[in-house]
Design a protein around this ligand. Structure first.
Ligand SMILES: Nc1ncnc2c1ncn2[C@@H]1O[C@H](COP(=O)(O)OP(=O)(O)OP(=O)(O)O)[C@@H](O)[C@H]1O
Length: 777
């Protein structure tokens, strides 16, 4: 039973006060057909809206099945509209962009009826209103009468207790009106039907009870009802619109205005396009810089050599002025001598360097002065050989001095760097590729290094005992697999009764006693940049030198030399440095003369330098180890400038993003205005404020994703012409590259920003008064 008790509703507009309902009290039976008659403006629609929970009363009470609605919360009203009330309006209020079936199902969507049940109920309702054959049409393909039938089907699909009809035949011709009235009459057998009409004949013909209204008051009632108040037997099922439904509703709406949506999405994607382009260009340049830098780093490692230049030593005297004649001269150390620093590399320091993080520098090479006692066997002819590029027939040649100077800088060395972590960058594999043979894995494996033109220093071949003429071509097969013997000090030197040592005559048994070394590959630099890394000729691993040192450190000659201050080979007197040097040559000391550290990339270089600086902390000047950063001269170009430019460009691009956001806000606001009627219908069907917000959020979400995708796609396609321009200008190919991660982030940013931009209008939509929304045209 529905009961209105002293209901009042007053509208204040400016100074005008309208008493739309003025102390109305009336009760309705559970099943009857009530017609409300009355002149225009008498408050009929207002009462209907209040009964239907679309509008609120100011005072009095509305009692539903014995329950007062005085303390109803917003959600109670939503659920009440959805569960208990069906609305039929004069102008049908169908949602034009949804199919008939979807229109009918909408209310059930909100009450969480399963898809299957929803479909069944909607079909039943459509059959009941006589639209069996039109079920799959769209609203705009129907006649007015048919549209009103759809509206009735929508109102009864959820089987409500109350059907509220506001001039349901107002827009229909007489014949159709009769059919609709018959239908409504039929529906009133199972429920309470309250119909507002201007047509007294229709009311008389169909309604079982007629209530006359005037000036917000009940003038007459043909069949008043004074039923006993029932005990509270009211129950409600909460409503909720699923995200999926919200998206469906908005998607179909967007599809009705494709052109506008595409234009808006394009306009709002311009921000994304510009950021995508800026990012891909700066990304590309950064990569180019990184490759250039790592190439430079591979050539110029951080070097720790016996002597280094200490750049921190005192101020440089740059004065060029001519001083006065004071009558004296000042004794002064030469500037370069002053800043020259002797590095004392110790075992502890070597171990410290070895503990460097392989993620920063995985390759380290060591310079050692150790002599290798090498023999070759050329068809039974045993001869002494050496891994060297110096002319075997000349003394200390210019070439030799040059090669020594270069190797002291880590360039043109014949020992290749050792990888700290075997699974990471291998120096050889990164910078060289194989002409013949396979990569070496054992300490006794050697590689022969050629240059880009496949040439090898003739001296290095001659020193190996290969008899060649200048310009002669040697087959790679002849070189790969060539073996040498490395003989231990004890087998190589003979002690004379005087305590002196001399090399023994090289013979077969000496050759056989030695460890065998084998050339496993002929290699060549991958690019012209790695040209100078290793000198052409034989290159070997530091492990080989270490094995030899281990073997020889307790040999007779080393023991003898350790005790003596004269050379056991020449008898010459030795000072401390000379003795240290000769001990190193004989393999008596494992301390390298120099260390080269190859940072993995440009960013790691600073980490490596920091690590090396840490060693010097708190040490006296003498004990400090000064390194030489040879790449610093080459790689002064840094990414810093590029980063700055990128940030500024992105900031500009971001402004266009904000513009897009405002535009989306305006668009959503327009959409809210356009869809006001739809909001009213949704509310009449029981949608909560949240659901309405969700519908519009869904719309902006779709728009945001779409403009993000569009922006990224356009940005991506722009990289092609941009690359061809950059190529023409700079000769750098494929500079602009859109990182997929950046693309994804941009789509997310676009979605979030448009959601933010559209959320405010969406909230406004939710706050719209349902009754006013339905009155809007
Ligand atoms: N939102 C509103 N703000 C101000 N006044 C309103 C509002 N809604 C209705 N009114 C006024 O309340 C009174 C009752 O309006 P209502 O629409 O209920 O009348 P009605 O009997 O249904 O009229 P009609 O038959 O013409 O539809 C009218 O005077 C109307 O101007």
């Amino acid at each position: 039973m529905l009961q209105l008790k002293n209901l009042r509703k007053t509208y204040h507009v400016g100074d005008t006060v309208t008493h739309a309902l003025d102390d109305v009290s009336i009760s309705f039976r559970d099943k009857e057909f009530v017609a409300i008659l009355g002149p225009s403006g008498s408050g009929k629609t207002t009462m209907l809206n209040i009964i239907g929970g679309l509008d609120r009363y100011d005072s009095g009470d509305l009692i539903i099945n014995g329950k007062s609605t005085k303390n109803f919360k917003e959600t109670d009203w939503d659920a009440y509209r959805n569960n208990s009330v069906g609305f039929v309006f004069q102008n049908y209020n169908l949602i034009p962009h949804l199919s008939i079936m979807d229109n009918v199902e909408l209310g059930m969507d909100l009450s969480g009826v399963s898809a299957k049940e929803r479909r069944e109920k909607a079909e039943q309702a459509l059959i009941k209103v006589g639209l069996k054959d039109h079920m799959h049409k769209n609203p705009n393909q129907l006649s007015g009468g048919q549209m009103q039938r759809v509206a009735i089907a929508r109102a009864i699909a959820n089987d409500p207790d109350i059907l509220l009809c506001d001039e349901p035949t107002g827009a229909l011709d007489t014949k159709t009106s009769v059919q609709i009235m018959d239908l409504i009459k039929d529906l009133s057998k199972d429920r309470l039907v309250i119909m507002v009409t201007h047509n007294p004949e229709l009311a008389k013909k169909y309604a079982s009870r007629i209530v006359n209204f005037k000036d917000g008051k009940i003038l007459s009632d043909s069949d008043p009802y004074n039923g006993e108040e029932k005990a509270d037997s009211f129950e409600l099922k909460r409503t909720k619109m699923s995200y999926w439904n919200a998206i469906k509703l908005s998607f179909t709406n967007i599809m009705t205005k494709k052109g506008r949506t595409i234009l808006t999405a394009f306009a709002s994607s311009i921000g994304i396009i510009s950021i995508a382009v800026v990012l891909s260009i700066s990304n590309g340049f950064q990569q180019q810089i990184n490759t250039t830098m790592s190439k430079a780093l591979a050539q110029y490692p951080v070097a720790i050599t016996a002597t280094a230049t200490d750049l921190t030593s005192g101020p440089q005297n740059t004065s060029t002025k001519i001083a006065k004649n004071n009558g004296y001269v000042t004794a002064k150390q030469d500037q370069s001598e002053q800043s020259s620093h002797n590095n004392t590399i110790t075992e502890a320091y070597v171990n410290y360097v070895k503990k460097i993080n392989p993620n920063y520098a995985n390759n380290i090479s060591y310079q050692r002065a150790t002599n290798l006692n090498l023999l070759s066997n050329n068809n039974g002819k045993i001869s002494r050989v050496q891994f060297s590029n110096s002319d075997p027939n000349a003394g200390q040649s210019v070439a030799q001095m040059r090669s020594q100077a270069m190797s002291s800088m880590g360039i043109g060395s014949s020992v290749f760097p050792t990888a700290l972590n075997k699974n990471k960058h291998s120096f050889l594999k990164d910078n060289y590729h194989i002409l013949a043979g396979t990569w070496s894995s054992k300490a006794t494996d050697l590689v022969l290094v050629a240059d880009n033109n496949n040439t090898v220093n003739i001296n290095s071949l001659k020193n190996l005992g290969i008899d060649v003429k200048n310009g002669e071509k040697i087959n790679l097969n002849k070189l790969v697999g060539k073996t040498f013997s490395i003989v231990s000090n004890n087998d190589y030197y003979q002690e004379l009764p005087t305590g002196m040592f001399v090399p023994q005559k090289a013979n077969k048994s000496m050759y056989n006693s030695g460890k065998k070394l084998r050339i496993t590959a002929v290699i060549r630099p991958k690019s012209e940049d790695s040209m100078q890394l290793l000198a052409t000729g034989i290159a070997y691993s530091d492990r080989l030198t270490q094995q030899i040192i281990n073997e020889n450190k307790n040999s007779a000659i080393v023991k003898a030399q350790r005790k003596s201050n004269t050379s056991v080979l020449t008898g010459q007197r030795l000072n401390k440095t000379e003795k240290k040097q000769i001990m190193q040559t004989l393999g008596g000391s494992s301390i390298p003369t120099g260390i080269m550290i190859y940072p993995n990339d440009f960013d790691s270089k600073d980490k490596v330098l920091n690590y090396l600086d840490k060693w010097n902390k708190g040490k006296s000047k003498k004990d400090k180890i000064i390194y030489t950063d040879m790449s610093s001269a080459v790689t002064t170009m840094t990414g810093g400038l590029l980063n700055g430019v990128t940030i500024i460009l992105i900031a500009f691009a971001a402004i266009s993003l904000i513009t897009s956001m405002i535009m989306i806000g305006i668009l959503t606001y327009t959409s809210v205005l356009e869809r006001t009627k739809e909001i009213g219908v949704l509310k009449a069907l029981g949608a909560r404020k949240k659901d309405i917000t969700r519908v519009f959020d869904a719309e902006t979400f779709i728009l945001g994703v779409f403009s993000g995708l569009l922006g990224v796609a356009i940005g991506y396609f722009l990289t092609f012409p941009i690359n061809s321009i950059i190529y023409r200008l700079t000769d750098l190919s494929n500079v602009a590259q859109l990182n997929p991660v950046h693309a994804l982030i941009l789509i997310i940013i676009s979605t979030v920003l448009t959601l933010l931009g559209g959320h405010l209008p969406a909230r406004m939509a939710a706050k719209k008064d349902a009754a006013i929304a339905l009155r809007s045209e």
